[in-house]
Write a protein that binds this ligand. Structure first.
Ligand SMILES: Nc1ncnc2c1ncn2[C@@H]1O[C@H](COP(=O)(O)OP(=O)(O)OP(=O)(O)O)[C@@H](O)[C@H]1O
Length: 468
């Protein structure tokens, strides 16, 4: 008997030309502190997308939001043109299936019983399974290669066998969208390839849309035509060649990565820090672009416009110290030559401070964005003061900074605030309204001005001074 594993809801395409799934400006936190801000993502029907990112970057959280288990704190998720919160659970389960990293089953279910649970959205808790349901359960087990395990208790299976059973269970659901959370995590190389080949086949032959969190960059490059690199926000989204760019990966994962091409497919090797290969890789990366002479201190979105403008004008820069999860951190990972990073919501550590001092020693211009300053980041201003006292250029961006010209020749430096008296200059920095240190930040900005720091209110001028 030929059984159709095509998504049951394929004909429910009330959405017309709309994406199958759309994440619009979603912010989410488990508690008061957001895990990520303002995430936007679209998945077209039939796409196969790999979701990459280091441990703790928020991949599982994003998948749980997309499956409706979690609700966004802000923003909305749309599935087939309807807001996710407006789907009933059973209805949703006919469209979206999730293969979790692991599943703890409290009862002694056999494999077949568990896969049959995947049909519940169609038959209901008290409903009875018809021939179609049995056929689909069998087909799901056949394509995942778990037929021989049908009578075995799930809890006695190996990690790899369980993984294939979980995929079978999801397939019995006949979803349109399959969300997989590290589907190859427990598998040996043979089953890693088998599971991904299976998912690829379901995508190609049955039109299943797939989003899978992946840790293995080689497998991701091999099987997913589109990759999304996630670090508490989307850092990159595109083809494997665009996303698996060694410098970007080094910034996001914090380790040197080499990329080669083996028979047309990108091949990655991660290089242990301190090794000769790591040094060579880093030197190779450094020689590809001039060393940055500009450093950007930002936070909370205050650095967005200046970082975009520097990148648009091809002025390489360093950025930091930024907390993972800060929107400026996500953007800097994409645009800066190097990003000095601190853990989410953590104050500046001694190690980060030392890294900051070493990085500041290599630049000629320091740009301080109009960020909020509290006890956790006031050390940035103390370091900025020592840069200014060494006679190097420090630019304080006024909060009402005017946009850079979109195109044209490099602007020439002028002096937007230079002639103002000292109290007016201090006021122009707007620091009093952003000072959560009980006055230390304001005093430091005052000292910065006395040491020659300039207040700039035009991005064009920042660019001209940075490029000079
Ligand atoms: N239920 C929870 N309550 C509070 N914090 C959580 C919860 N689940 C996850 N987190 C935190 O949210 C952040 C993102 O976790 P998440 O599991 O989404 O990351 P991930 O990218 O899937 O990580 P990994 O690759 O290690 O599986 C982490 O800092 C994690 O500690």
């Amino acid at each position: 008997m030929v059984v159709n594993l095509r998504p049951e809801s394929r004909n429910l395409s009330a959405a017309g030309g709309l994406p199958l799934l759309e994440v619009r400006n979603v912010t989410f936190g488990y508690g008061l502190q957001p895990i990520f801000f303002d995430v936007c993502l679209k998945l077209a029907a039939g796409e196969m997308v790999g979701l990459l990112g280091p441990n703790g970057s928020g991949k599982t959280t994003l998948l749980r939001l997309l499956s409706g288990v979690l609700r966004p704190t802000q923003g909305k998720i749309w599935l087939q043109g309807r807001e996710l919160g407006r789907w009933r659970r059973r209805e949703l389960a006919r469209v979206v299936a999730v293969v979790p990293q692991e599943l703890h089953i409290p009862f002694d279910f056999t494999v077949e019983q568990l896969v049959a649970l995947g049909r519940l959205p169609f038959v209901g808790l008290l409903g009875s399974y018809g021939p179609q349901d049995h056929a689909r359960i069998e087909e799901a087990m056949r394509v995942t290669g778990v037929m021989t395990l049908a009578e075995r208790p799930f809890n006695e299976l190996s990690g790899g066998e369980r993984q294939r059973v979980l995929v079978a269970m999801a397939l019995a659901q006949q979803p349109r969208l399959l969300l997989l959370d590290e589907p190859t995590a427990h598998l040996d190389i043979r089953y890693q390839i088998e599971v991904l080949e299976l998912v690829q086949r379901l995508n190609r032959e049955h039109g299943l849309t797939v989003l899978a969190a992946m840790h293995d960059l080689n497998l991701a490059a091999r099987y997913f035509p589109r990759l999304v690199l996630f670090q508490r926000g989307i850092v990159a989204d595109g083809t494997p060649a665009a996303v698996l760019e060694p410098r970007l990966l080094s910034r996001v994962y914090g380790i040197a990565v080499q990329v080669g091409i083996v028979r047309g497919t990108a091949h990655f090797s991660v290089v242990p820090p301190g090794s000769r290969e790591a040094q060579e890789t880093e030197e190779e990366m450094e020689t590809q672009e001039p060393p940055p002479r500009v450093f950007v201190m930002a936070g909370g979105g205050s650095g967005e416009r200046v970082m975009r403008a520097l990148a648009d004008w091809h002025i390489p820069f360093l950025a930091g110290v930024l907390n993972i999860g800060d929107s400026d951190h996500t953007l800097a990972l994409r645009l800066a030559s190097r990003v000095l990073t601190e853990q989410p919501y953590a104050p500046l550590s001694q190690a980060a401070l030392e890294e900051l001092r070493a990085a500041l020693a290599t630049v000629e211009t320091l740009i301080i964005c109009p960020m909020y300053v509290g006890p956790g980041n006031v050390a940035l201003l103390r370091e900025a003061l020592s840069v200014a006292r060494q006679g190097r250029q420090v630019l304080l961006l006024a909060p009402e900074t005017v946009e850079a010209e979109p195109s044209g020749a490099m602007p020439t430096p002028g002096s937007s605030c230079g002639s103002l008296p000292a109290p007016a200059l201090l006021e122009r920095t707007g620091i009093a309204a952003r000072d959560y240190t009980g006055g230390e930040a304001t005093r430091l900005v005052e000292q910065l001005l006395q040491s020659g720091a300039r207040v700039i209110s035009r991005l064009t001028e920042v660019l001209a001074l940075s490029a000079a």
